[in-house]
Write a protein that binds this ligand. Structure first.
Ligand SMILES: *Cc1c(COP(=O)(O)O)cnc(C)c1O
Length: 445
């Protein structure tokens, strides 16, 4: 399967260049492997599939906020984890049903909560104040109770992984109710006792850089808390455990490691009660479903040299690979050197920098990387960029959001592309930058 991913990608890169998807007018595009996405979804379903256990897999929309992708995942049986009104609108536009939609966010407004309850989507409250807001909205709704399952997000404070910014279960994380703080467990027990309809519990231990054992420890802490709540209630009050996402991705090779099956195995060993049929399970994976199925393809505009260092100036920089550029040690990515026809270049590796188009010196997607020497008219492929790279555009230099195409490789090696998102036009860039509004007037001061 690993080889097939690379083979499909190779076909797609050549075809994208040949068909002019990455041409002078649009010198950078995103490509998504439709078959790969289907296989990732199938692997996720297979890993958690357990007789007698209702499992709902939602996709963390922030990882690829593209309506046709959400719709494809919906066809594959997934739902959506949303964390803003915009993400909820995308999930709805993709036809994701309410009973497969979960709203998480640390800063939900009253209006967002009201809309969520009206739609009947699941809501995970982040903190006591939010629970009170939900209580008030429910009381105001009177006799027509919302269908929304309500959960509480807890931070098991099991510790961080290798990337601080991605670690949500540290002692002082901003997310959820910090379980190990004084009095927190007692408060949680009371919160559930006072709210017979509070029926879910949520935790998300982190994203990228968090080892499986630590993720499982977070889930275990949530499970044990649910057991306490249910024992205190004398019934199965908490019926669903939402275990979040966060499976790390290997950015070093085409191998999918760890796999969903590896994580499910660790969970079955560490938290067997999760799978014994008393709880439904919700998951919220993002990166691990999409990362390896996406590639950024960009043209090399110029190849130059400075201080003895060859530098390829490409059209893929901080605007698409924002984290990689700003935090390169935490987010290194593989770069393939491709020729003018999109074929992988051979030739002696030469240590060079691969730069982007942004006007600041640090705009490098790879620094001092040994690759076949890139020349003007060549291309580069940034690998494993299917998650977070297309959806978190950084509008530096008013660079447009690039087009994204899905691809399917037919048995004869030919490639069919389907547009997932059109490139942003200059007119759209002007419009979102206040174009059309009157100029600020001089005050005459
Ligand atoms: C970001 C996020 C996810 C997805 O994380 P991945 O690392 O992309 O799997 C899931 N749940 C919540 C609450 C998140 O914030």
């Amino acid at each position: 399967m690993t080889d097939e991913l690379g083979i499909r990608r190779g076909h797609a890169l050549r075809a994208a260049v040949e068909q002019g998807l990455a041409g002078p007018a649009e010198p950078v595009v995103g490509l998504l492997d439709v078959t790969g996405i289907e296989q990732s979804a199938a692997a996720l379903h297979a890993a958690f599939d357990t007789p007698g256990v209702a499992v709902t897999h939602t996709f963390a929309v922030k990882a690829a906020s593209l309506v046709p992708v959400l719709a494809l995942l919906g066809e594959c049986g997934l739902g959506a984890e949303v964390a803003s009104p915009g993400e909820l609108a995308l999930a709805r536009a993709a036809g994701i049903p309410a009973d497969r939609t979960v709203l998480d966010s640390p800063a939900k407004t009253v209006q967002e909560l009201r809309e969520a309850l009206a739609l009947g989507i699941a809501v995970n409250a982040d903190n006591p104040q939010e629970l009170e807001r939900i209580d008030a909205l429910r009381a105001a709704a009177g006799g027509t109770p919302s269908a929304s399952p309500i959960g509480l997000r807890v931070n098991p404070q099991v510790g961080g992984g290798s990337i601080g910014a991605m670690s949500t279960a540290t002692a002082t994380s901003k997310f959820g109710v910090a379980l190990r703080d004084d009095g927190a467990t007692a408060w949680v027990l009371r919160a559930y006792a006072e709210r017979p309809r509070l029926n879910r519990l949520h935790t998300h231990t982190g994203s990228q850089g968090v080892p499986l054992e630590l993720m499982a420890a977070g889930v275990k802490a949530a499970y044990e808390l649910a057991e306490q709540v249910n024992a205190a209630a004398g019934r199965q009050q908490i019926t669903v455990l939402d275990i979040g996402g966060g499976l790390p991705v290997n950015f070093g090779s085409d191998e999918t490691a760890p796999a969903f099956a590896d994580y499910a195995r660790v969970l079955r060993a560490e938290v067997p009660g999760l799978f014994d049929g008393r709880y439904g399970i919700v998951t919220e994976f993002g990166r691990s479903l999409l990362a390896k199925n996406g590639t950024v393809l960009a043209r090399v505009e110029y190849a130059k040299s400075a201080g003895g260092r060859p530098i390829a100036v490409t059209h893929a920089g901080a605007q698409v690979a924002t984290r990689t550029v700003f935090v390169p040690d935490a987010w290194p990515i593989r770069v393939l050197a491709l020729d003018a026809k999109g074929r992988e270049k051979s030739g002696e590796p030469v240590v060079q920098d691969v730069a982007g188009p942004c006007c600041f010196a640090g705009d490098l997607v790879a620094k001092g990387r040994a690759l076949p020497l890139l020349e003007s008219g060549d291309h580069v492929a940034l690998l494993d960029t299917g998650a977070y790279y297309f959806s978190n555009h950084f509008a530096y230099n008013s660079l447009p959001r690039p087009a994204v195409h899905g691809y399917t490789v037919l048995p004869d090696g030919s490639v069919r592309f389907a547009l997932v998102r059109a490139a942003q036009t200059e007119a759209e860039v002007v419009a979102e930058s206040g174009g059309g509004l009157p100029p600020l007037r001089r005050t005459g001061a």
